[in-house]
Design a protein around this ligand. Structure first.
Ligand SMILES: Nc1ncnc2c1ncn2[C@@H]1O[C@H](COP(=O)(O)OP(=O)(O)OP(=O)(O)O)[C@@H](O)[C@H]1O
Length: 280
């Protein structure tokens, strides 16, 4: 279990993450959502111990996480937004290099690499250099590399940023399969559909503050499962309804162009975070 207690990060006097309290259960898939600059990457940075909190603590399975606690740090693996891999190395070489960094026996590195590259659908490309991989393949390779040391928790900062629709879905399937094997996953994303599809729970962050956490389904239920989009003279308006009959009644009463659809997590996000952003 991951536990963040009063986690706070200041860059000089700028408060990037403010008094963040959050529990993520073992085996949970958690999504941290928020607009640009909300403090998501900073939170991942503190969890990976690359950044030191200004205040507060992080506990993993009840034990306090510090930079010096290598045994505890090995329970976590992080995938950042940058492709931090040598262009001239093959997949096999990337994996071997990583394993050696962690003093893994070569036999174990080879066995585990084979298993992971196969699991991620990369085995046929294992002798290809990073330079010749597509963006999606590079991201999957980063997942393989992060899992080599058999972590229990995977932290992913925008794992599908810039990916095309097919590569994104392949990554979703991969992350789902890993989570089904009881890997705890914390990801940040700007894609609400991604969070709605993958996450057991999501948290909305805005201006360094974690506003709300819940299952996407619950958030949608609370707002209203049915949305009517109405084209008004001033722009598009959304109306949310708990009962389909009420939404249909609204449609027939409206003189504007209207359409009925299911409410999505994106609607919830725009309702909650969008209003705060408009005030900025
Ligand atoms: N090294 C730094 N020094 C000063 N300010 C920083 C530093 N890193 C981040 N910030 C600021 O902290 C705030 C949070 O940044 P962070 O990168 O955590 O946001 P984010 O939610 O990950 O954004 P994005 O979705 O754009 O990646 C931003 O206002 C950012 O400008």
């Amino acid at each position: 279990m991951i536990e963040l207690k009063h986690l706070t990060k200041k860059y000089d006097h700028f408060l990037a993450v403010s008094d963040l309290n959050l529990k993520i259960e073992t085996g949970e898939f958690f999504g941290l959502l928020g607009p640009n600059g909300a403090g998501k990457t900073t939170t991942i940075g503190m969890l990976s111990t690359l950044l030191l909190p200004s205040e507060g603590e992080i506990y993993i399975d009840g034990e306090r996480l510090t930079r010096k606690n290598n045994r505890l740090k090995r329970k976590l693996s992080v995938i950042t937004q940058e492709y931090s891999m040598r262009q001239d190395m093959t997949m096999d070489e990337i994996m071997e290099y990583q394993g050696r960094l962690y003093y893994m026996p070569i036999k174990k590195i080879r066995e585990r690499s084979e298993e992971l590259l196969d699991f991620c659908g990369l085995i046929d490309y294992r002798r290809r250099t990073v330079r010749k991989l597509s963006g999606g393949m590079k991201r999957k390779l980063m997942v393989c590399r992060a899992l080599l040391t058999e972590p229990e928790i995977l932290l992913l900062d925008e794992p599908t940023a810039g990916m095309d629709a097919l590569a994104r879905r392949q990554m979703w399937n991969l992350l789902k399969k890993l989570n089904q094997q009881n890997l705890t996953i914390l990801l940040t994303t700007h894609y609400m559909e991604e969070a709605e599809t993958l996450c057991d729970r999501v948290g909305f962050m805005c201006n360094g503050v974690l506003e709300e956490t819940d299952a996407p389904k619950n958030m949608i239920e609370l707002l209203g499962r049915y949305t009517v989009d109405e084209v008004c003279p001033g722009g598009m308006k959304n109306h949310y309804f708990h009962r389909k009959e009420d939404a249909i009644q609204f449609l027939s009463d409206s003189s504007n162009e209207t359409s009925l659809r299911n409410t999505t997590l994106e609607d919830v996000f725009l309702e909650k975070v969008g209003q705060q952003l408009e005030r900025r």
